[in-house]
Structure formats: structure tokens, C-alpha cells
Design a binder for this molecule. Structure first.
Ligand code: NAP
Length: 256
């Protein structure tokens, strides 16, 4: 039987890139979306084109009961769960200066980017431990898509940066707790990736990239992140846990 990956927010963007790279690596895929069913169906069709199975499940990551339903649906559909990729996330609905931004935006971003993944991971990890003890899966793995915003200040979207910094600590906490169960937990920090999320700021980033913001002067693509997740999925990082892996064109380098 093929290993199974559950990827939150895999209807579009980076999540879809991860789904396709994991399908090429031999994974069956649970495609999750919030509202965009058509996009989810497109991802699933592309997975099937790679010869793998795909199932689709609508679930709002901000809801703990939806998160549980998502994991349970994966298990009832495939009978196993080998990889959880916490990818779904949002930018603040409005970019607002940290001296003015309101609490509603903070709550929404934190619920989606941090609280949702936190309890989804807790629930999935317990299921993974059971599956492993039953001999159903070998090495389950957990990946968390954070951002360069986990350590980079953007004062017009403070709540996003705080959510990603929290997610970074969440990676280390689960890595520490799950090491005794042989479950590696790692974080991938994407740089500037061409998706719907960055659509509204495309021109700004076009210029910044052209002017050398990143040593590798191009936009990142969803498959750049997908390839890194596939390397983890293939077991090439099984002695690594609690690590932040940059996939950012060298953005993280300090340069003189
Ligand atoms: P995107 O193109 O806006 O896609 C977002 C995905 O998340 C969609 O599949 C969306 O589903 C899903 N989603 C949103 N809210 C959800 C919810 N409440 N429950 C379930 N699914 C939900 O975003 P992206 O650029 O691919 O970003 C993916 C992740 O990478 C995010 O965590 C983001 O913070 C991170 N990231 C992005 C960049 C970048 O430059 N793009 C850089 C660093 C990190 P629907 O299609 O149904 O709406």
C-alpha cells in the first residue's frame, strides 16, 4: 500500500505544489480545502494523473471539530496516515500598521495559522502513534509550513509574523515530544512564493527581487516547496527533527 499524506490547504498554491510532488514520490493524497471546491478537484485530478489515489475533504482548519473530522476522514478513506503537512494559512485580510491593526484580524490570523494547526497536529500525532504501534505505518512524519516571517519583521502585518513565529516554536515542541515515538517534525520556511497570497503585492516583490532582495533572483514556485517536502516524505531527513529548513532563494543570508 502507498503511504498517505494529508495536506491542509492543498486546493491551491503551495499546498497544491506539495500534493503534486508527494504524488510523484508515490504518496496517495488527502486534498483539503476551505471554500474552493473546484480548485481542490483540480489538485485531485492532477494527483490521479501521476497514478496515485486522491480524496477530497472540505474542512475549516480554524475549527477543532473540522480538524478531527479531516483526520478521521483520511483514516476511513485510506486506512493509514503517514504524513501530515500543516500548510493552510492566511495573510491578514488588510495590511495595517502595528500601531493601528485591530484585534479581529489578529484573532482570525492566529486561529488559522497557529491554533488550528496546533490542535490538528495534536490529534493527528496521537493517531500516528496508534498506527505505528499497530504496525500499520513505519515512520510517520509531520511538516509545518512556516515562513521567513517567523523571524522577519513586517510591521504592516504583525499578526502574521507572530503566528509564524509561534508555529516555529510549535515545530520544536512537537519535535521534542514525538522524538521518542520516532516521528520527525520539521518546519519549512518558504521565501517569496508566487501564489494567490502574494498576488496583491506582485509588483512590489517583482522590483525587490530584481533589485537583489534574494541572492537567487527569482520568485519561488510552489514546486520548490513541494520538492523539499517530498525529500522529507522519502525519508531523506529522518535524523533531522525540530529543524527550520529554508526554501527561500537565500533570503535568510546576512550580506555585506
Ligand atoms: P494561497 O495561495 O492563498 O492558498 C491558501 C490555501 O489554504 C488554499 O488551499 C485555501 O483553501 C487554504 N485555506 C485557507 N484558509 C483555510 C482554512 N481556514 N481551512 C482550510 N484551508 C484553508 O496561499 P499560499 O501562498 O499557497 O500559502 C500556503 C502556506 O504557505 C500558508 O501557510 C502561507 O502562510 C505560507 N507561506 C506562503 C508564502 C508565499 O509567499 N506565498 C511565503 C511563506 C509562507 P481554498 O482554496 O478553499 O480557499
Amino acid at each position: 500500500m502507498c503511504p498517505v499524506a494529508l495536506i491542509t490547504g492543498s486546493s491551491r498554491g503551495i499546498g497544491r505544489g506539495i500534493a503534486l510532488c508527494l504524488a510523484q514520490a508515490g504518496y496517495d493524497i488527502l486534498v483539503n480545502y476551505a471554500g474552493n471546491q473546484t480548485a481542490a478537484e483540480e489538485t485531485a485530478a492532477a494527483v490521479v494523473d501521476f497514478g496515485q489515489k486522491a480524496e477530497i475533504c472540505q474542512a475549516d482548519i480554524t475549527s477543532q471539530s473540522d480538524g478531527k473530522r479531516l483526520v478521521d476522514f483520511t483514516l476511513s478513506s485510506f486506512g493509514r496516515l503517514d504524513m501530515l503537512v500543516n500548510n493552510a494559512g492566511i495573510a491578514p485580510p488588510v495590511r495595517a500598521d502595528i500601531l493601528e491593526a485591530d484585534a479581529d484580524s489578529y484573532d482570525q490570523v492566529m486561529a488559522t495559522n497557529l491554533k488550528g494547526p496546533y490542535f490538528l497536529t495534536q490529534y493527528a500525532a496521537n493517531k500516528m502513534i496508534d498506527l505505528q504501534q499497530a504496525g500499520t505505518v513505519g515512520t510517520p512524519r509531520i511538516v509545518i509550513i512556516t515562513s521567513i516571517s517567523a523571524y522577519t519583521s513586517s510591521t504592516a502585518r504583525g499578526e502574521y509574523c507572530v503566528s509564524k513565529a509561534g508555529l516555529s516554536m510549535m515545530t520544536r515542541l512537537f519535535a521534542d515530544r514525538l522524538a521518542e515515538h520516532g516521528i520527525p517534525v520539521n518546519e519549512i520556511q518558504p521565501g517569496i512564493i508566487q501564489t494567490d497570497m502574494t498576488g496583491p503585492v506582485k509588483e512590489k516583490y517583482d522590483t525587490l527581487i530584481e533589485d537583489g532582495l534574494t541572492p537567487i533572483r527569482r520568485w519561488g514556485q510552489p514546486e520548490d516547496i513541494g520538492k523539499a517536502v517530498a525529500a522529507i516524505g522519502l525519508g531523506y531527513f529522518d535524523f533531522t527533527t525540530g529543524a527550520a529548513i529554508p526554501v527561500d532563494g537565500g533570503f535568510h543570508l546576512h550580506r555585506l
